[in-house]
Design a protein around this ligand. Structure first.
Ligand SMILES: [Cu+2]
Length: 73
């Protein structure tokens, strides 16, 4: 089991959070999703075969931007 945290941009309300939550739960292998609306981030528990790119794509398909948190220049 792995945990991936993504930074999400474009979420502004509870409805956005639900969209992101549903999109990630629909990804095969995802077991748990916790969206933090205030922080603009989401923590995803998933099986080993799920790649961050799969998760990012699901969020983007739902209409939001996602990326792995990291040093910003
Ligand atoms: Cu919204």
């Amino acid at each position: 089991m792995h945990t991936t945290t993504l930074t999400i941009t474009g979420m502004s309300c509870g409805s956005c959070r639900n969209h992101v939550d549903a999109a990630l739960r629909a990804v095969a292998g995802v077991t748990q999703v916790h969206v933090d609306l205030a922080a603009g981030s989401v923590r995803i528990s998933h099986e080993d075969g799920v790649m961050p790119a799969d998760l990012i794509l699901a969020v983007e398909d739902a209409g939001y931007d996602a990326h792995l948190p990291g040093p910003t220049p």
